[in-house]
Write a protein that binds this ligand. Structure first.
Ligand code: PLP
Length: 396
């Protein structure tokens, strides 16, 4: 025995499909190769708004350096949390208070700390498939089990009956993500209402709280006037995780928050436990961006930019003959692979056409692939002939 924790080893050594492709493309870039198309990772390509850059400059001028770069409180500065609460209250009539919000290192920090704080070893977390693969490790790290429940075929909307079947005395949490990565589905208000009724009924029956973790990094990225439901309004035990990684193109800065509404059972204990978990997982948000975001929380996301990219890629691929799910939000296309083995499809797309796509295995679903279309319009346009060649190589 070498003392290495096998779960941590597996997580580090067994790369995710997304990271694998991302690293292949990084290597190509380092070699100076330019003629390839990278649809692997959800790293926003829309430039950061000038107001954010300006707020960074102002923070550098407005604060003494030791204050600006010193330790912030673990839950973030009060003024930043007040700005977040005001934003939620203005947009959603949320009744949020600054004392219910903790700034985090992105949604990742918010989710991992929330899971750590609200689950115990041996408990189960239900996640509709396909889903963002990192959830799995955050659950497993605390010796809990993921219970995968398929969404409805074709629409990828929640299957409430299937979730009901999966609930048992070990169930502690359900995680949902709307708009969804990877499918682009925006869950209907009715499905959220039905889920809330189910979780309320089951919590009562089982005599324990079932939390709903609403992961919302794509909250604002919704197209065609569709409404993304404000989940917390429908279920009192919702914990909201948010980040500015996508909406303000700040993925590398690790900026987000978790909100534990006052309606959550034992809300204050849950909040304090999340702060405890933040200490353990070291996912406190940095000081400089606390100051920056205090001024930027109301900035809009570049929805039109992403809508244009969606139309370009969705239109181009469906014209060729690909079977593509029409996304209502986020910035991913979920496409049926041209052979059942999505790993083989991923490899063939890369090797034969230098199209770097992500097979669906990591999302707990087979025979699809995901494209992150937060890329330049040029990339989309020039990639379409390669997608056509790939389609034709399968006899399409
Ligand atoms: N949740 C979903 C659904 C995501 O797609 C991502 C990132 O791609 C995250 C959470 C993590 O986001 P963050 O960069 O805010 O940690």
């Amino acid at each position: 025995a070498d003392g290495v924790d096998s779960l941590m080893y597996d997580l580090g050594a067994g790369k995710s499909a997304i990271r694998e492709v991302f690293e292949q493309t990084m290597e190509l870039k380092q070699q100076g190769v330019t003629d390839f198309w990278d649809y692997s990772i959800g790293n926003p390509n829309v430039p950061v708004a000038p107001q954010v850059t300006e707020a960074i400059r102002e923070a550098l001028e407005d604060y003494e350096s030791v204050d600006l770069h010193g330790y912030p409180p673990n839950n973030g500065y009060l003024t930043t949390r007040q700005a977040v609460a005001a934003n939620l209250n203005r947009r959603f009539d949320a009744h949020a208070r600054a004392g219910e919000i903790a700034m985090t290192a992105g949604c990742a920090g918010a989710i991992s700390s929330t899971i750590a704080a609200t689950t115990r070893a041996g408990e189960e977390v239900i996640i509709p498939t396909p889903y963002y693969a990192e959830y799995r490790m955050w659950v497993q790290a605390w010796h809990c089990n993921v219970v995968e429940v398929p969404t409805q075929s074709e629409t990828f909307q929640l299957d409430i009956d299937a979730i009901e079947e999966a609930i048992n005395p070990k169930t502690r949490m359900v995680i949902i993500n709307t708009p969804n990565n990877p499918t682009g589905a925006v869950y209907t208000k009715d499905s959220i209402i039905a889920l809330a009724a189910l979780l309320r009924r089951k919590s009562k029956e089982l005599g324990q709280t079932i939390y709903l973790l609403s992961d919302e990094p794509y909250r604002e990225i919704v197209y065609d006037g569709k409404q993304n439901p404000w989940v917390a309004a429908y279920y009192e035990n919702t914990i909201v995780c948010y980040s500015w990684s996508k909406s303000l193109s700040l993925a590398g800065e690790r900026v987000g928050y978790v909100w534990v509404p006052g309606t959550v059972r034992h809300a204050e204990r849950v909040y304090d436990a999340i702060l405890g978990a933040q200490r353990v997982t070291a996912t406190v948000m940095n000081s400089l961006f606390n100051r920056v975001l205090e001024k930027c929380v109301d900035l809009p996301a570049p929805v039109e930019e992403y809508a244009r990219k969606r139309d370009l890629l969705y239109g181009g691929l469906t014209d060729i003959g690909y079977d593509v799910v029409h996304p209502d939000g986020a910035f991913y296309l979920w496409v049926r692979a041209l052979e059942p083995d999505d790993d083989a499809f991923q490899a063939r797309a890369a090797n034969e056409q230098r199209l770097y796509v992500v097979g669906s295995r990591d999302f707990a679903c087979r025979s699809y692939f995901r494209l992150s279309y937060c890329v330049s319009d040029e990339c989309i346009k020039t990639s379409l002939p390669a997608f056509r060649r790939l389609f034709e190589s399968y006899g399409g």
